[in-house]
Write a protein that binds this ligand. Structure first.
Ligand SMILES: [Fe+2]
Length: 446
């Protein structure tokens, strides 16, 4: 055996081990989120915006069957009779509760059968023969898909009425004083990636983007800052709102973030079935794009573009290269970011100094998804892979890009290049924001 085949063999084993561990980690979260409620609760639609949890559950298994069992493995279908039921494009969310869905026990058995077949084919799959399996891509895509649905299911739990069923320790307290703004000097940086093996099609390819100097908030906008906007009449002054945002605000009678309620002279917030006072130094969450845009205008700023967000998160002025994460290339740990549903709330500003970018921008990864002003498009040179329905069918002016992941996002589905998108009216997701502005002439030459 030559040295290179020995290395290839070892790398393959290491990749198999990593895939098995990531699949197991995703499945234990899916199990937790669907075992803490009873069958009736799993079958119920908790909000017209969301699927019944049991739909997400079987859909996760069905995607795993389609991509791994049938496509990668070339095996016989486990259940082709249910493909249509769990096709997100064929079944709008509002209709999903009326479908003849698999009952919870049957859905769990289906997921188990599919997973057994995946473990079987993982033993023998060769990772180099097709683009779909190179470096384990299809497995990584399915891991991320399950984790993304786990975040969606967590959002369903937040909308669910009834007593609390989820429990988690509080996030760390602040260990650094963080505030104000950071100047990002003018110049080009590399946006997107060619090399991250599990990066999805919309994160590719890497390309140079030249930006003028700008200033970005060192931290996400907090509840305390947002309360000042409310107290100053921000919701009743059309000056701060775009025409579409104002029309939406009036129609939906928005007057505070979702889940907030007046409590004496302050606010309370319902989080996973428990009421608590709004904490001033926590990033605001459950605001829509229009609310974020109005706050930014009121503050004399604007939302960052997606490229501005990514340069602040990845660009290293010492080397000129773009990192995978603000802190470097290594995967997130508990010291870097509030991810993985470890804490079921955003962490106060200053809780993750080890996760700051080289320029000193904090909490870009984890805590809250951050709205940007950019509509969702492919990067220059975009190629749909492995199918148009992953990203390309969503390109256009209807969606705004969100970046950075939330406390509900798993680390496997969150990178400095990872892109999320949603309608500007949506706020059942774990969405917040930070502000930016153009650098003044005296600032840009500092
Ligand atoms: Fe899906």
């Amino acid at each position: 055996m030559t040295a290179s085949t020995t290395t290839g063999h070892t790398d393959g084993e290491r990749l198999r081990g990593r895939i098995a561990a990531e699949l197991a980690r995703a499945r234990s979260r899916t199990a937790l989120l669907t075992e803490v409620v009873d069958d009736a609760d799993l079958m119920r639609q908790h909000s017209p915006l969301m699927s019944p949890l049991v739909w997400d559950l079987a859909h996760v298994g069905n995607q795993e069957e389609l991509w791994l069992v049938r496509d990668v493995g070339g095996r016989e279908p486990v259940r082709c009779d249910i493909d249509e039921l769990y096709d997100a494009f064929k079944q709008p969310r509002r209709d999903r509760p009326t479908l003849p869905l698999l009952p919870p026990a049957e859905a769990r058995a289906y997921l188990g059968t599919v997973r057994d077949k995946v473990h079987d084919l993982l033993d023998t799959v060769r990772f180099t023969e097709r683009a779909l399996v190179a470096e384990g891509f299809a497995f990584g895509m399915i891991v991320q898909h399950e984790q993304q649905h786990d975040e969606t299911m967590l959002a369903t739990h937040q909308l669910r009425a009834g007593s609390a069923v989820l429990h988690a320790p509080a996030p760390p307290e602040p260990s650094a004083t963080v505030g104000g703004e950071v100047l990002v000097p003018a110049g080009a940086f590399t946006m997107g990636t060619d090399t991250d093996p599990w990066a999805l099609d919309n994160e590719r390819p890497a390309h140079r983007v030249d930006l003028p100097a700008y200033v970005i908030d060192a931290a996400p906008v907090t509840n305390g800052q947002y309360e000042a906007f409310i107290a100053d009449g921000g919701y009743t002054d059309p000056r701060w709102w775009s025409p579409a945002g104002w029309a939406h605000r009036v129609q939906e009678r928005l007057d505070a973030p979702m889940h907030w309620q007046r409590d004496g002279d302050g606010w309370s917030y319902r989080r996973f079935g428990r009421w608590g006072r709004v904490r001033a130094d926590e990033p605001v969450v459950h605001v829509c794009f229009y609310e974020a845009q109005a706050y930014a205008a009121w503050a004399g700023k604007r939302l960052p573009t997606e490229a501005e967000w990514e340069k602040a998160a990845r660009w290293d002025p010492a080397t000129g290269r773009s990192r995978r994460y603000p802190w470097g290339d290594e995967d997130p740990t508990e010291a870097h970011a509030n991810l993985d549903q470890r804490h079921l709330r955003p962490a106060p500003v200053g809780a993750y100094p080890a996760g700051a970018s080289p320029l000193g921008v904090h909490q870009l990864i984890g805590d809250v998804w951050e709205w940007t002003s950019t509509t969702f498009r492919g990067h220059p040179g975009f190629t749909a892979f492995p199918y148009r329905e992953y990203s390309e069918v969503f390109f256009g002016d209807d969606y705004r890009v969100l970046r950075g992941g939330s406390f509900g996002t798993d680390r496997s589905a969150c990178r400095g290049t990872f892109r999320n998108w949603d309608y500007p009216i949506r706020r059942q997701i774990f969405s917040g924001f930070r502000c930016a502005r153009d650098a003044g002439p005296d600032e840009s030459h500092r």
